[in-house]
Design a protein around this ligand. Structure first.
Ligand SMILES: NC(=O)C1=CN([C@@H]2O[C@H](COP(=O)(O)OP(=O)(O)OC[C@H]3O[C@@H](n4cnc5c(N)ncnc54)[C@H](OP(=O)(O)O)[C@@H]3O)[C@@H](O)[C@H]2O)C=CC1
Ligand SMILES: O=C(O)C(=O)Cc1ccc(O)cc1
Length: 445
């Protein structure tokens, strides 16, 4: 790990953090541990509490507001809600120290870059970043996007040197490329899990408590990741869907794919369903004999079997549950196909969640017999009709909300379902965390 002392210019180099929420705190701690001097703030009313929390960390100094951070720092990172970035940069941007470097850690770069261009003095360099993982994931080896938007080579190298202590894999993109890729990887993936949660909520079920209905590795991924998302702050997911101009098309297509495949199942149009799904398979995963997937599957189902919520931790998932038609996964692959997205092309810039979701999709499409069984169930078996109906309704609801840029409605939709699952978060979130950790470990093998 590169530390501050390894860089000759670093003696007087101070890093500023505006926004000390989950990501800001994670950055502050890791930068300080590497020896950097960090000056940080959150909203003024949180000053005392934050100062107390970081009192024993001599490398971190908490200041009252972003003006004080901006004027004292050489490299300032805004780590606030994506929807607030314009307002916050408008407020503190003019106080930026002469010749400083400024960047942001928001999940969507279009509003962030617009804010910087509008409100930062012209002598300030702009280098943005985005860690493609949550605050509780070990950043080592995870993608870290770096955007050299308006900066000298020297400023860019300084940012790279500072952030090298995260030991992430640096990915160099423009802001536009970043938003296009994360629309494909993050926004549409979240739409699937948000819709699952809504569907289970609408039918008032905790799926892992439903006897044999949701058992096995694929179901564990659905359930654990759905819970993981609903246990987080709403603004992260709303921001990267609503504010990313590239994401609306993807989320809209996902809703259309869900509805259209559901109609084919409902109306028993077996041949059309099969033809459509196999065509999507070929576009996304390659033709028979020349697949796009690697020789080694992205995921081992046996590994996922271990992380069931309805079994004591560590016990094996317990055989197979009711065969499921996996509408959410069929719709995901249909959506990728309709938009010409080859998900493997985005691995370099993927989140753990996306890799898991692609991993289960790949598993379904490459395991002999599984896809055909899924299509048969979709036509013949009515066990999942109610859930599928609610899933399609939910996907359409999220898509409409995003396309109309309805932040308040988005928050309300999220909050009621979060409340439904909240009594089960304790314990469940840990199982999900352990599952992600195991998958990340297995990626290294
Ligand atoms: N969570 C995640 O997994 C990831 C998030 N991101 C992105 O990082 C950014 C931060 O996310 P995260 O840390 O999770 O969110 P948090 O809500 O935990 O943190 C944002 C913090 O910024 C504070 N804030 C708002 N306005 C101001 C202001 N004027 N001055 C100082 N502080 C302010 C917020 O206060 P208040 O709550 O009072 O508004 C809050 O404490 C977001 O843009 C998100 O999209 C990126 C990668 C991963
Ligand atoms: O739960 C996960 O892994 C995520 O998807 C977390 C996440 C949220 C927002 C980001 O901008 C990056 C990563």
């Amino acid at each position: 790990m590169a530390t501050a002392s390894e860089f000759a210019w670093s003696k007087d180099f101070t890093i500023g953090l505006i926004g000390m929420g989950d990501m800001g705190r994670m950055y502050a701690r890791r930068l300080a541990n590497a020896g950097w001097r960090v000056m940080a703030c959150d909203r003024e009313e949180k000053f005392e509490e934050l100062a107390k929390e970081f009192a024993d960390n001599t490398n971190i100094q908490i200041l009252r507001n972003g003006h004080l951070v901006s004027r004292a720092s050489n490299y300032i990172i805004y780590s606030v809600e994506a929807a607030a970035i314009g307002r916050v940069v408008e407020q503190f941007g003019p106080s930026t120290r002469l010749g400083a470097i400024v960047g942001g850690q928001t999940s969507c770069k279009d509003p962030e870059i617009k804010a910087f261009e509008s409100y930062l003095p012209s002598d300030v360099d702009i280098v943005s970043c985005h860690s493609l993982h949550g605050p509780n994931v070990d950043p080592r080896g995870q993608p870290l996007v770096l955007i050299k938007h308006r900066a000298s080579d020297e400023s860019f190298q300084k940012v790279e040197s500072v952030l090298s202590c995260l030991n992430s894999t640096h990915v160099y993109l423009t802001a536009k490329e970043h938003d296009r890729i994360t629309a494909d990887t993050q926004a549409v993936t979240h739409a699937a899990f948000l819709s699952m949660g809504k569907a289970w909520h609408a039918n008032r079920q905790f799926p892992w408590e439903e006897g044999s209905r949701y058992i096995g590795g694929i179901e564990n991924v659905k359930i654990n990741l759905m819970l993981r998302i609903y246990a987080q702050k709403w603004h992260v997911y709303a921001g990267l869907a609503i504010l990313n101009p590239e994401a609306h098309k993807q989320i809209g297509q996902f809703a259309r794919s869900s509805t259209e495949l559901f109609y084919l199942m409902l109306e028993g149009r077996s041949d059309e369903l099969r033809e459509r799904v196999y065509k999507a398979k070929e576009k996304v995963f390659g033709a028979e004999g020349s697949p796009k997937w690697a020789e080694r599957p992205l995921l081992k189902e046996e590994l996922l079997d271990r992380f069931s919520l309805n079994k004591p931790s560590g016990e094996k998932g317990g055989g197979r549950g009711l065969p499921n038609n996996h509408l959410s996964l069929l719709a995901m692959v249909d959506c990728w196909s309709a938009l010409g997205i080859v998900p493997y092309d985005h691995m370099i810039c993927s989140t753990p969640l996306f890799r898991l979701w692609l991993g289960v999709a790949e598993h379904l499409f490459r395991t002999p017999g599984l896809l055909d069984e899924c299509l048969r169930v979709g036509i013949e078996d009515k066990s999942f009709r109610r859930d599928d109906l609610q899933f399609a309704i939910a996907a359409a609801g999220w898509a409409e909300c995003v396309s109309l840029r309805q932040f308040d409605t988005w928050r309300e939709r999220f909050a009621v379902t979060q409340k439904f699952f909240e009594p089960r978060f304790k314990g469940a979130v840990e199982v999900g965390q352990a599952m992600i950790k195991a998958v990340l470990e297995s990626e290294k093998e």
